[in-house]
Design a protein. Structure first.
Length: 177
């Protein structure tokens, strides 16, 4: 983990937020009803944070090890255009995303919680692990959040990033609250 001053410095460079899904946008639990239909819970707070980032010009993408109709639906609701499913080797897809958006590693923040996420966590400018991530991910990440996956961890990250990327009028509104 890096100190707060280093995390702030890294956050100023971020132009893209890339998110794992299970254990980050969700709590990692898979709910299957009696018809075999998968259901996932997504935090509305996370969704609002994603929309806020998009409004200040920071891109957002999902990079998941599984395919999920529920996640595809949520991505569409949030206008997240960069969505990749069934990615077991995340680094090559990460490289494609980085190149297609003309970004450097330093301009990308990644939030992941499990072993599949480690190669990306070790590459990006700002790496984040939710409070409930596995130990190996926590030790490799720049920042371990207070919040658990599926319970607002993305909002914790987006709020932090917005302190460095919001317009001056938005920063004034925050100070008045």
């Amino acid at each position: 983990m890096v100190g707060l001053a280093t995390r702030r410095k890294k956050a100023r460079e971020i132009r893209y937020l890339l998110l794992d899904v299970d254990g980050v946008l969700t709590n990692g639990m898979l709910y299957v009803n009696h018809y075999g239909v998968e259901m996932l819970g997504f935090s509305v707070h996370d969704g609002h944070g994603i929309k806020q980032l998009q409004q200040v010009g920071i891109g957002v993408g999902f990079l998941s090890g599984r395919t999920s109709a529920a996640t595809a639906h949520r991505a569409k609701e949030l206008a997240v255009e960069e969505v990749h499913f069934s990615v077991l080797d995340k680094l090559p897809v990460y490289e494609q995303i980085r190149a297609s958006h003309g970004l450097t590693d330093a301009q990308i923040c990644y939030v992941g919680d499990d072993l599949l996420d480690l190669p990306v966590i070790k590459r990006v400018g700002l790496s984040v692990a939710p409070a409930n991530a596995i130990a190996e991910v926590k030790s490799a990440a720049d920042w371990v959040t207070f919040t658990r996956g599926g319970e607002g961890v993305v909002r914790e990250v987006t709020d932090f990033l917005l302190t460095f990327h919001a317009t001056p009028s938005e920063n004034l509104k925050k100070k008045k609250k």
